[in-house]
Design a protein around this ligand. Structure first.
Ligand SMILES: CCCCCCCC/C=C\C=C\CC(=O)SCCNC(=O)CCNC(=O)[C@H](O)C(C)(C)COP(=O)(O)OP(=O)(O)OC[C@H]1O[C@@H](n2cnc3c(N)ncnc32)[C@H](O)[C@@H]1OP(=O)(O)O
Length: 291
C-alpha cells in the first residue's frame, strides 16, 4: 500500500464488538448474510484489473464491519503484484452506497463508536491512498459517505442516482477530511454552496461541477469502467503512485497525524443530545418515507 497506516488496535476492537443482526433504535431489524459476503472481488479478463463489489442489501451502508470488509478486500487485491487497478461498484440495483450506517450513529454503543469511526478513517486511508488505480463505477445513489467512496477513486463514471454530501440535512457537518476531499475535487465556492445546502446532484449536475468524470448508460457501466481502468494501468505504476502522492499525500498525512483527535471529536460531536435528536428525526423520516 502506498500510504500504509496502522490501525491494529481499533480494528481489533471492531472484531470483538461485531454483531450482524440487530434492531435499530427505530425498531427496524437489519439482517444480512455474514459480513464476509458483503464485499466480493472478481477477476476480469485482464489480470491487472479486478472488480470490488459491495453487496450489503438494502443500501450498502457503511457499518464498522462493512468498512473493515472493504478495507480488507483492497489490501488483499494490493497484495497481488499483478493487480494494478480496481473497479469499485455495487451489486444493488439502485444504490451505490447510502453512506454511513445511521444505526451506528443513533443511540450509539459508546465502546463501539470510536472503533466504528476508526474503521471509517481506515477505509479512507486504504481507498484514497491505494497504490491501485481506482475506478468508481457508480451505479446508483451515493450520498455522504457513499460520496466519500466515489471521491476516493481516481476516476468516476456514473450511470444513475444522486451524489453529494448531504450531511447538513441530517443536522451535521461532514468531517473535515471528507469536506476537504470535496473541496479539492469541485473547488471551494461550489463546495461551500453544496455543503451548506446538503445538495445531492443528479448525474448531469454532478458532471457539470466536476464531481464525476463521465456519465455512462446503465448497460455500459462495466465495459466503460474496464476501458478506463486499462487506460490508467497503461501509465507506468511508479508515475501513477507518485501522482497520487502529490495530489493526496498531504491530506492523508494530516489525518494520520490527527487520527486520535478526529475520533475524539467525532465521538463527542455525535454524543451531543441535539445531534442525537436530529439524527433520530432524520432516521424516522427515512423509515417512514416509503409508507
Ligand atoms: C464541526 C465538525 C464536526 C466533525 C464531526 C464529524 C461528524 C460527521 C458525522 C457523520 C457523518 C455522516 C456521513 C454519512 O454518511 S451519514 C448517512 C447519510 N446518508 C443518507 O442520508 C442517505 C439516506 N438514505 C436515502 O436517502 C435513501 O435510502 C437512498 C440512498 C436515496 C435510497 O432510497 P431508496 O432506494 O428509496 O431506498 P430506501 O430509502 O427504502 O432505503 C432502503 C433501506 O435502507 C435504509 N437506509 C438507507 N440509508 C440508510 C443509512 N444511511 N443508514 C441506515 N439505513 C439506511 C432505509 O431506511 C431502508 O430501510 P427499510 O427497508 O428497513 O425501510
Amino acid at each position: 500500500m502506498m500510504f500504509q497506516q496502522s490501525s491494529r488496535s481499533l480494528l481489533d476492537a471492531s472484531k470483538k464488538s461485531s454483531s450482524f443482526r440487530w434492531t435499530s433504535s427505530v425498531g427496524r431489524t437489519f439482517s444480512s448474510r455474514s459480513p464476509q459476503d458483503w464485499v466480493t472481488t472478481e477477476e476480469t479478463d485482464d489480470p491487472s484489473i479486478a472488480i470490488l463489489k459491495m453487496n450489503r442489501a438494502p443500501a450498502n451502508t457503511l457499518s464498522l464491519e462493512m468498512c473493515t470488509e472493504i478495507s480488507k478486500a483492497i489490501k488483499e487485491l494490493e497484495s497481488n503484484k499483478k493487480t494494478q487497478a480496481v473497479i469499485l461498484t455495487s451489486s444493488l440495483p439502485t444504490i451505490f452506497s447510502a453512506g454511513l450506517d445511521l444505526t451506528e450513529l443513533h443511540n450509539p454503543d459508546k465502546d463501539r463508536l470510536p472503533a466504528f469511526w476508526g474503521a471509517f478513517q481506515q477505509l479512507y486511508f486504504d481507498l484514497y491512498g491505494s497504490r491501485l488505480a481506482t475506478i468508481g463505477a457508480i451505479n446508483g445513489h451515493a450520498p455522504a459517505a457513499g460520496c466519500m467512496l466515489a471521491l476516493s477513486c481516481d476516476y468516476r463514471i456514473m450511470s444513475k442516482g444522486n451524489i453529494g454530501l448531504n450531511e447538513s440535512k441530517l443536522g451535521i457537518c461532514a468531517p473535515p477530511w471528507l469536506g476537504q476531499q470535496f473541496i479539492d475535487t469541485i473547488g471551494l465556492r461550489k463546495a461551500e454552496l453544496a455543503l451548506n445546502m446538503g445538495t445531492l446532484f443528479d448525474t448531469k449536475a454532478a458532471l457539470d461541477i466536476g464531481l464525476i468524470d463521465e456519465i455512462v448508460g446503465e448497460d455500459d457501466v462495466m465495459d466503460v469502467a474496464k476501458t478506463r481502468a486499462s487506460q490508467w494501468v497503461a501509465i507506468p505504476a511508479p508515475a501513477r503512485v507518485a501522482c497520487k502522492e502529490l495530489t493526496r499525500g498531504r491530506q492523508l498525512n494530516e489525518l494520520k497525524e490527527n487520527r486520535k483527535q478526529d475520533v475524539d471529536h467525532f465521538c463527542s460531536f455525535v454524543n451531543q443530545e441535539a445531534m442525537q435528536r436530529n439524527l433520530g428525526f432524520y432516521f424516522e423520516q427515512l423509515a417512514k418515507r416509503k409508507k
